[in-house]
Design a protein around this ligand. Structure first.
Ligand code: GDP
Ligand code: IMO
Ligand code: MG
Length: 424
């Protein structure tokens, strides 16, 4: 594994944190390339549970180098809080964390605009962390970058211009109070002073590492169906969470990435608004939500749950170029008599087996299911593929067949020990 990308192949929360933690043991560098503190990656080590929002999950492994690439948007206050949380729990951060000079900065007006937009009837269901407005400024070429926090005059000029525009929008469109220049300026200069020691040219750092044959693991956040291009637009996040983002979000050429691994839940979940063809009815929703503890790691919101959707994951296999799959949360299906897998969508007289782009089709379609018998056995203590119940093996084999991609690892609980490899 010289360099690999790990991406969520559904709508996020597939268990990437756990999987990154396992793969990180064999990596030298772990790198976030997109998103921001909208992510919530859970890693359980013994009796300790950590939720990482911005810092790569590899930070929990001593001596690994962690990088926040240029494609990430950074809320400096959230970053400093996370650093403090880790230090408070005995994790060394200084000398191991490096932040791109070119990453964009989330400012207070981004968060407020995110919140205000979400009060509209037609909302996205965002995490309200300011992610969308920050990426919008990046693309509009008015964003403030991490390097700007270190240059008093650059920050002053950019912030003044931005505040003039944002305060006007806040007042005129939303009737909201704006922000005072001097307090935001001083606050962000102070953040710059505090995070200066972590800031560097991460493109150089990573390319030199790859040239020196170091192993680099790219940690995707969100999931492919939340990707701004390949997801259920507009019900998506504002970055390229798919594998391509690993290159643009770090400055590492695509030819230097050797492998792309997709993480899939054995069923499907999504948080926030947007189409979800295989969503459960209320009864099953409640059962799986409780058993799978499906509540957001960032916002605490209940996650919507549904059957495994092979149309969704086939789409992910294609747009990410997935080489291998890791299946998580198989144990959550232990108590079901029968299990459904969606193999296509029916809309009018058409059957789609390619993921449709139209939100109208996705909202109105009826999933085509096949049914498999459940295994009705507790799998959470299994540590060897050969000991899985026959019907659990059949389920995984069917999944693998429909996705035409090799399953290499299976997870049956949140702990490191509840993971085993397989040759289905
Ligand atoms: P991420 O955003 O993809 O890193 O996933 P989250 O951390 O938001 O959500 C995954 C949740 O499932 C976390 O609470 C994990 O501890 C938990 N988890 C991961 N793998 C398994 C598994 O195989 N079985 C069960 N029951 N829980 C798991
Ligand atoms: P991890 O990395 C699940 C969802 C939000 C909303 C949409 C847009 O833990 O898998 P945003 O705040 O990004 O503008 O919200 O994206 N979302 C996630 N859903 N897991 C995540 O991250 C998510 N990050 C954003 O719920 O629907
Ligand atoms: Mg999460």
């Amino acid at each position: 594994m010289p360099s690999s990308v790990i991406v969520g192949a559904q709508w996020g929360d597939e268990g990437k944190g756990k999987v990154i933690d396992i793969f990180a043991a064999k990596a030298d560098y772990i790198v976030r390339y997109q998103g921001g503190n909208n992510a919530g990656h859970t890693v359980v080590i013994g009796d300790d549970s950590f939720i990482l929002h911005l810092i790569p999950s590899g930070i929990l492994h001593k001596k690994k180098i962690c990088v926040i690439g240029n494609g990430v948007v950074i809320d400096p206050r959230a970053l400093l809080e996370e650093i403090e949380m880790l230090k408070g729990r005995g994790i060394k951060v200084d000398g191991r964390l490096f932040i791109s000079e070119e990453a964009h900065v989330i400012l207070p007006y981004h968060k407020l605009l995110d919140e205000l937009k979400e009060q509209k009837k037609k909302k996205i269901g965002t995490t309200k962390k300011g992610i969308g407005p920050c990426y919008a400024d990046k693309v509009a070429r008015s964003g403030i970058r991490i390097i700007d926090l270190l240059e008093e005059d650059t920050l002053r000029d950019k912030l003044r211009a931005n505040l003039e525009e944002k305060n006007s929008v806040l007042a005129k469109t939303y009737g909201a109070d704006g922000f005072e220049f001097i307090s935001v300026y001083n606050e962000y200069l102070d953040y710059g002073r505090k995070i200066k020691k972590y800031i560097c040219n991460t493109k150089r750092l990573l390319n030199d590492a790859i040239d020196a044959k170091k192993r680099v693991l790219f940690e995707g956040a969100q999931g492919t169906l939340l990707d701004v291009d390949y997801g259920t637009y507009p019900f998506v996040t504002s970055s390229n969470s798919s594998a391509g983002g690993a290159s643009t979000g770090t400055g590492v050429g695509p030819n230097k990435i050797d492998k792309v691994i997709g993480v899939v839940k054995a069923y499907t979940t999504r948080v926030g608004e947007g189409p979800f063809p295989t969503e459960f009815d209320d009864l099953l929703m409640d059962k799986i939500r409780q058993k799978g503890k499906e509540f957001g790691a960032t916002t605490g919101r209940p996650r919507r749950c549904g059957w495994f959707d092979s149309v969704v994951v086939r789409h992910s296999v294609m747009v990410n170029g997935l080489d291998e799959l890791v299946v998580t949360k198989l144990d959550v299906l232990d108590e079901l008599d029968t299990i459904k897998i969606c193999t296509g969508y029916r809309f009018g007289d058409k059957v789609y087996d390619d993921f449709p782009s139209s939100i109208k089709v996705l909202t109105g379609c009826r999933p085509v299911y096949e049914e498999l018998p459940g295994w009705l056995k507790d799998t959470s203590g299994i540590t060897d593929y050969s000991r899985l119940p026959v019907n659990a093996k059949k389920y995984l084999k069917r999944m693998q067949y429909l996705l035409n991609t090799k399953i290499v690892l299976i997870s049956v609980g949140s702990k490191r020990s509840q993971t085993f490899s397989k040759g289905v």
